[in-house]
Write a protein that binds this ligand. Structure first.
Ligand code: PPS
Length: 284
């Protein structure tokens, strides 16, 4: 299928992506000191983190997440319409992106804007993406898992290589305005994760407000909320009978899809690519 390429990153041809927008976002977009940006490789828990942040932003009050689609609450930087919203919204802004570090706004380097980078076991990312791509009309059918896994391992999918994305962002890890968290940590202890996020943001929520964040950001609440479950995403782009944003919401689903041989092949490429990386992850 047709695609656009910008600085090594390939995106499918859709009216909301363009090389001009990507170049503008990288070189001209001004991040402001009060901005908070959620950054992820696709299928790493983006929407979960957005829901958590939206709820924290409103002190646990769920009315915002219940009344406005997620893409309007937290605009996507690399999406032409999202960028327009981001430019229109007054600070402090909540923004989101899947962009790798080398295309992220350069203005970040001289701002105090905060970035929350969420990562997930790449085997679960692969499986989540595999299922999601079945619904994406601008993408080819993902075919069999084995072939899709090779495309993933070779960085041939939208937004490029998972390894490059993670390693690219890790370069920033010692900055005080970037916070790394995993999908698995959210799964393991959502309340404690919310408290850590609040601490990073300098937001003080009381115990009841935190409980409301935890409750309203649960998989089941989000799955039932049409403002968050992607069901409002236009049929022009997505076949809702073939894919779901809120699919299973668990860790370790890869075990139901990859054979032992496929998993070993994945591990081998993972180890080659992550050699020398000093961070450890729940899946290591
Ligand atoms: S996207 O399209 O790249 O922005 O997708 P992203 O939001 O990053 O990832 C979608 C996966 O996150 C799961 N999800 C959740 N899991 C647990 N709890 C909550 N609240 C939650 N919200 C979203 C979603 O189900 C996708 O994972 P899979 O494995 O496909 O179910």
């Amino acid at each position: 299928m047709a695609s656009i390429t910008y600085k090594g990153i390939t995106l499918p041809v859709v009216d909301y992506y363009s090389v001009e927008t990507l170049s503008y976002v990288e070189n001209e977009f001004q991040l402001l000191d009060d901005d908070v940006v959620t950054v992820t490789y696709p299928k790493s828990g983006t929407h979960w983190m957005l829901e958590i942040l939206n709820l924290i932003w409103r002190d646990g009050d769920p009315s915002w997440v219940q009344n406005l689609p997620v893409w309007e609450r937290t605009p996507w930087l690399e999406n032409t319409d999202g960028l327009k919203l981001a430019l229109k919204y007054p600070p402090p802004r909540l923004l989101t992106t899947h962009l790798p570090f080398h295309i992220f706004p350069k203005s970040f380097l001289s701002s105090k804007a905060k970035v929350i980078y969420t990562l997930r076991n790449p085997k679960d990312v692969l499986i989540s993406l595999y299922h999601f791509c079945k619904g994406l009309k601008m993408m080819e059918d993902p075919g069999i898992v084995e072939d899709f896994m090779e495309s993933f391992l070779h960085g041939k999918l939208p937004y490029g290589s998972w390894f490059d994305h993670v390693k690219g962002w890790m370069v920033m890890k010692d900055r005080p305005n970037i916070f790394f968290i995993t999908y698995e940590e959210l799964q393991q202890d959502l309340r404690h994760s919310v408290e850590r996020i609040c601490q990073f943001l300098g937001k003080e929520l009381n115990s009841q407000q935190i409980s409301s964040v935890v409750e309203n950001a649960s998989f089941h609440k989000m799955k039932d909320n049409k403002m968050s479950n992607f069901s409002l995403f236009p049929d022009t782009y997505f076949d809702h009978t073939k894919g779901k944003m809120m699919r299973k919401g668990i860790s370790g689903d890869w075990k139901n899809h990859l054979t032992v041989a496929q998993s070993e092949r994945f591990d081998q490429v993972y180890q080659e690519n992550m050699r020398g990386v000093s961070m450890t992850f729940p899946w290591d």
